[in-house]
Design a protein around this ligand. Structure first.
Ligand code: ZN
Length: 276
């Protein structure tokens, strides 16, 4: 009897480990992979390793947009410090999620800017070492030599306060997680994810003079990546209210990346249904 129980436990453990290596590890591993794009002589974009990041070298400061997590965060900080030399470093967090801010501790003494979240909410959700120290209610202009950065807090959408960063002369927008490119977006009630408000934020982005978008996750694109996420949300809303269209609309996004147990067309449809 005892032998049988032990055998059962051993088999369960082996299956668990196998599941981890087959399903979870490859996703996690690909999540931590990075790709560096030298956009122009002063702007470097580091895709992956958590959220996508930007490093802009200006005459007076080096600006980092989103600081990643774990090892890629350290690699990014090394790159930023090499580029900065004696210049000050300014950090911008598009939102509070760990994959975008868990490198903040590597920029001690820097101004770290985020949207104007409720302070109690931030303290509950961010470890002290990653805590930003400057907050944007509506918008903020950073004029750094010949570069002008506009920070727009678009309010609640993916989280309670989502900020985008617009590099004026390049007409380039760092959207944070307001845009996931060809990926099912992560929706968390406790983060403040609100699909109707998210669609409005995408409309706000689509109305602007933008040539290039760096999404929070996925590849660099143009306005079409904002438009396709808007269409996705519209389609998922239709699927949630009309079961006869659900299969067809889910199939339309079958090539989009899923985050195991976190993001898929099913999860999005359920999220919409639960809100009603
Ligand atoms: Zn996020």
């Amino acid at each position: 009897m005892v032998k049988k129980i032990l055998l059962g436990i051993a088999i369960a453990l082996i299956l668990l480990v196998a599941c981890f290596f087959i399903f979870i590890y490859p996703t996690f591993n690909s999540f931590l992979k990075t790709e560096t794009v030298q956009f122009d002589s002063s702007l470097t974009i580091v895709l992956g390793g958590g959220g996508n990041s930007g490093v802009l070298v200006t005459d007076s400061a080096v600006v980092v947009i989103d600081t990643k997590m774990s090892k890629p965060a350290k690699e990014l900080a090394k790159l930023v410090k090499e580029k900065a030399g004696n210049r000050k470093i300014i950090v911008i967090n598009t939102h509070y999620h760990g994959d975008h801010i868990n490198g903040n501790n590597l920029y001690k003494g820097s101004t770290i800017i985020i949207g104007n979240y409720d302070m109690d909410f931030l303290k509950k959700n961010i470890k002290p070492e990653f805590m930003p120290n400057a907050f944007v209610k509506d918008s903020l202009m950073l004029a750094l030599g010949k570069d002008t950065l506009m920070l727009y807090n678009l309010g609640q959408a993916h989280t309670f306060q989502d900020m985008v960063v617009y590099l004026k002369s390049r007409k380039l927008l760092f959207s944070g997680d307001l845009i996931f490119d060809k990926m099912n977006p992560v929706l968390k009630k406790e983060s403040g994810a609100d699909i109707d408000k998210w669609i409005k934020a995408l409309d706000n982005i689509l109305a602007r003079d933008i040539k290039t978008i760096v999404p929070g996750h996925g590849k660099i694109g143009g306005k079409e990546i904002a438009l396709s996420l808007k269409q996705y949300f519209e389609d998922m809303k239709t699927a949630a209210s009309d079961p006869s269209k659900e299969a067809e609309l889910k199939a339309k996004y079958s090539s989009w990346f899923n985050v195991p147990s976190m993001a898929s067309t099913e999860k999005t449809i359920q999220y919409i249904k639960d809100k009603k």
